[in-house]
Ligand binder design. Structure first.
Ligand SMILES: [Zn+2]
Length: 143
């Protein structure tokens, strides 16, 4: 698929040539393959711009919450079913962010604060650092 945006980015800044392919529009097999080239926590793999480009901190938290996957899970502990569910949820989260005006509109984003509760099950959200970034997740559903 021809991607004008990516072409433009690489042309404008040669330092970005180490970027992975855009998360948007990636095939499931390529998504699984690229994530599984490393061993770190799944959130760290999602944020690594050499794995796939375009996933920031909020989008990663939203996607992992939607997919009910722990951000701290080593990527190689995830099953193919988990990775495919993660991929589908990333696509949906990207589509919704574009339609609604940004990743801050994600369902779980406004609950990422001390005392915030999971909008799905009501459990208090927990906080930690994963992949060097501030991370919030539901300890009940993202295990
Ligand atoms: Zn929950």
């Amino acid at each position: 698929m021809f991607d004008k945006r990516r072409l433009g980015r690489v042309r404008l800044d040669p330092d970005l040539s180490g970027l992975g392919p855009d998360a948007e529009g990636m095939e499931p097999a390529e998504f699984r393959d690229r994530l599984l080239r490393g061993t770190s926590a799944v959130k760290a793999r999602l944020l690594d711009q050499s794995v796939l480009a375009g996933v920031g901190n909020l989008l990663a938290d939203e996607t992992l919450w939607q997919a009910r996957i722990s951000p701290k899970a080593p990527v190689r502990d995830l099953t193919r079913t988990d990775l495919d569910r993660l991929h589908r949820n990333l696509d949906r989260a990207l589509e919704r962010a574009i339609a609604n005006g940004g990743v801050h509109t994600g369902e779980v984003i406004e609950h990422r604060h001390p005392g915030g509760h999971c909008p799905r099950c009501g459990t208090e959200m927990v906080h930690g650092t994963v992949g060097g970034r501030s991370t919030w997740w539901c300890p009940q559903e993202q295990v």
